[in-house]
Design a protein around this ligand. Sequence first.
Ligand code: NDP
Ligand code: GDR
Length: 378
Amino acid sequence: MKVALITGVTGQDGAYLAEFLLKKGYFVHGLKRRSSLFNTERIDHLYQDQHENGVNFKLHFGDLTDSTNLIRIIQEVQPDEIYNLAAMSHVQVSFEMPEYTANADGLGTLRLLEAVRILGLEKKTKIYQASTSELYGLVQAVPQSESTPFYPRSPYAVAKIYGYWITVNYREAYGMFACNGILFNHESPLRGETFVTRKITRATSKIALGLQKCLYLGNLSAQRDWGHAKDYIEAMWLILQQDKAEDFVIATGVTTTVRDFVKMSFAELGIEIEFSGKDENEKGVIIDIDQDLILSLGLNDLYLKPGTTVVSVDPKYFRPTEVDLLLGDPTKSKTQLGWTPKYDLPMLVKEMVHADLQLMKKDEYLKEGGFNTLNHFE
Ligand code: NDP
Ligand code: GDR
C-alpha cells in the first residue's frame, strides 16, 4: 500500500486529492492546523474512526511553520509521496500578511524538503510542490509555458517563487524526486468563499433568492485561465508517477475575464446582465430575465427586475499590483503526462452556481425559520 502525506488537506485541493488517493488504494495522512472551530468540513465525508480496523485515512496536527513537528510526522509516516498543498493562498491577503506568507509558503517548502533530507528519505519520498501561475505575474509572454520567465507581483507570488526554486535546487543538489506543478487557477464548489469565482457564484445565487442586493468586486478586466480542481489534482498525482522528476504547467489554454465569469454565472440562473461605465464606475445591470428558467429553478421572481444594478465596483478590492492576464500552455502536460481536463468553463460555472444555489436555499430556509445565517466574509 502506497503512503501519501498531504499538507493542506483541509483546503480545496487537499480534499479532492485525499479522496482521489484513497480511491487509488493509498494510505493517506493529512496535516491539519489546530483551530478554535472545526476546519475539516471539506473532508468530513472521508473521516474514519481510528478505533476501527482497516483505517487508511489519518489526520495529524501540524503547521508548515514548525520544523520539528514536520520532521516528527514524516518520520512516523514514512511517506512514499508528499503533496505540499499547505499555504496562505490568498493573493490579496498576502499584501496584508507578507511576512507570514513568506514563512508558510516560502520557508514552509524548505522545511518539508529539509525534513525529508534530515531523515535520509531522499531516495524514497517523492515531493510535489504546489507552484502557481502567479509566478508569471507581469506579462512577459502568452501563453505561459514551463520556459516563460517569472515576474511575481505579490508577496504570495514572491514566497511561492522561493518554494519553486528551492524544490528545483533540492532535486538538483540531492537527487530528490521533487517536482513543481505550475497550476493555473482551478475552482470548484469547494473553493474558498473569498476567491473571485466562488464569491461570484455565491452572490448570484443569493441575489436570485433575494438574500443579497448587489455583488461588489474589484478588477473586472483581469483574465484568468480557470479549470476544475478535480482535473488538476489528477495532474498532481500524474506528475509524481513519471520516471523522471520534472516541472509541469497545468492549465486549460483558455482565458476569460472576471466580467464574463459574472455574466455566465447570472445567465445560469436565467438573469441576463450587461456592463456599462468604466473602471470604478462600471456597473452590471439586469437587462432580461428568463421567467421560465427562474421558476423551474424554484426561484421567486419578485426580487428581479430589468434595470436593477446587481454588480458594482468597490476599489477596496483592487490590488496594489495586479496580474492582468494568465493563459497557460498545457502542451507538455498533455503530451508527457497524457493529462486532459474533463471540465470546460461552462461546465465549471454550472456546477458551482447550482451547488451554491442549493446552499443558499438552505440559508433562506433557515432564515425563514428565524435562524441567523449571517457570515462575515468578503
Ligand atoms: P486553500 O486555501 O483552499 O487551502 C490551503 C490549505 O493550506 C488549507 O488546508 C489550510 O489550512 C492550509 N494551511 C495554510 N497555512 C498553513 C500552515 N501554515 N501550515 C499548515 N497548513 C496551512 O488552497 P487550495 O486548495 O486552493 O490550493 C492548494 C495549494 O495550491 C496552495 O498551496 C495554493 O497556494 C496552490 N495553488 C492553488 C491554485 C488554485 O487555483 N486553487 C493554483 C495554483 C497553486 P486551513 O484549512 O486550516 O486554513
Ligand atoms: P488569484 O485568485 O489572485 O488569481 O489567485 P482570485 O480569485 O482571488 O482573483 C482572481 C482575479 O479576480 C480579481 N478580482 C477579485 N478577486 C477577489 N478575490 N475578490 C474580488 O472581489 C475581486 N474582484 C476582482 C483579482 O484582482 C484577480 O485578478 C488564485 C489563488 O488560488 C492562488 O493561491 C493561486 O496561486 C492562483 O489563483 C493561481
